[in-house]
Design a binder for this molecule. Structure first.
Ligand code: KG4
Ligand code: ZN
Length: 355
């Protein structure tokens, strides 16, 4: 087992490095540095080429800073965990190449980590007793997945989005309402002053475990176009949209808790920074004696601590990647069991660790 794991995350528009140290057999976060790329705000969305270039110039100082904050020299690092996918190809490539170089140059272990598995492990950094069996809802800018997690490393896909990811819907609706990027936090803020009075559809509310958000997005667009006084309607539009999304997400988690009989629901990914989401889900599953686990916003949004933590898990099982590790924008979930219905599911039944 490694004693000091350096985590690296560059899958989208955050350059992040973190150090996890071994505290009597348990992973303890020694430092976390997150540098958010501001440049994309000007364009209203992440520009892949700009993201790669920014990662390239910041990955080294961000890593150095994480080591300084941990009070450790690079020579103390004995394993590197790096996001191998999914994400933006060029952005991922920067982290993967840098991680591979650090591993090769220092004779360190290397482990490629699935970004969403990182989100899944994030709450364990703050809630050390959190353990499966559990249901997990991972809602980010690019993904919406509902998982049955009977144990760490074994995942059954219950449902996923058929079109837009929940975070993507937040971002697009924010843009329709003239709010900045990223849209999620702006919508959450504005929704606090609004009322759910537009009666937007709750797509696929009681229809299996899959999600769909594109119809809801269109409904908001039509309401925006029809509005004679958009400025006055904006807060209510934000509140109505958010209520519709959260109703669907909370109902699916409740259905998954009923289906599995588990007592824990983990929320992860950027959208899980939404305080109302955790409250709605907690209220839905309370009567089943189940509780919600969600990390604080810093650990929940994209960061390298969660990548180091998921890497730690794989390393503790003796799993490593070799120097052929490559960035894979569509990396399949590791450990996804056969019979799971993910379109991105690996064809092999055996657990797969990114190589
Ligand atoms: O996990 P994440 O940081 O990056 C990806 O892996 O995609 O998720 C980013 C997404 C964005 O779509 C952003 O609008 C959304 O998370 N988000 C939120 C909130 N904070 C971030 N959505 C709703 N409410 C929030 N408070
Ligand atoms: Zn993410």
């Amino acid at each position: 087992m490694a004693d000091v794991v350096l985590g690296l995350e560059t899958s989208c528009d955050e350059t992040s490095a973190a150090v996890l140290v071994n505290d009597r057999g348990r992973p303890e976060l020694a430092s976390l540095v997150i540098l958010s790329q501001d440049v994309h705000r000007v364009f209203g969305g992440v520009v892949p080429e700009l993201a790669s270039r920014a990662h390239l110039s910041t990955i080294e100082p961000v890593t150095r800073r994480a080591l300084e904050e941990a009070g450790l020299p690079l020579s103390a690092v004995d394993a590197v965990a790096v996001t191998a996918g999914p994400g933006l190809a060029g952005a991922l490539l920067v982290g993967v190449c840098y991680g591979k170089a650090l591993a090769a140059a220092g004779g360190r272990k290397l482990i490629g980590v699935h970004h969403l598995e990182g989100h899944l492990f994030a709450p364990t950094l703050e809630d050390r007793d959190l353990a499966p069996p559990l249901v997990a809802l991972i809602v980010s800018g690019g993904h919406t997945v509902l998982l049955d997690v009977p144990e760490w490393g074994r995942y059954r896909l219950l449902g996923e989005t058929r079109d837009d990811a929940a975070g993507e819907a937040f971002d697009k609706v924010a843009s329709m309402l003239g709010l900045g990027f990223p849209g999620g936090p702006a919508i959450e803020r504005l929704a606090r002053t609004g009322r759910d009075r537009f009666g937007f559809p709750r797509p696929m509310l009681h229809d299996g475990f899959d999600f769909s958000f594109s119809g809801l997005k269109t409904a908001v667009l039509l309401a925006v176009r029809r509005s004679a006084q958009l400025e006055a309607d904006r807060a209510d539009l934000a509140a109505s949209f958010q209520a519709a999304v959260l109703d669907v997400l909370a109902a699916k988690v409740r259905a998954a808790i009923e289906h599995t009989g588990y007592r824990t629901a983990v929320l992860g990914g950027g959208v899980a920074c939404n305080r109302m989401l955790a409250e709605r889900v907690a209220a839905e599953i309370k009567r089943h004696g189940a509780r919600v686990a969600v990390a604080s916003p810093r650990i929940n949004a994209d960061n390298a601590a969660m990548i180091a933590r998921a890497g730690w898990f794989h390393l503790s099982r003796g799993e490593t990647s070799d120097h052929y590790l490559d960035a894979d924008p569509r990396l399949p979930w590791p450990g996804l069991e056969a019979g799971s219905s993910a379109s991105s599911a690996p064809s092999a039944a055996s657990p797969k660790v990114p190589q």
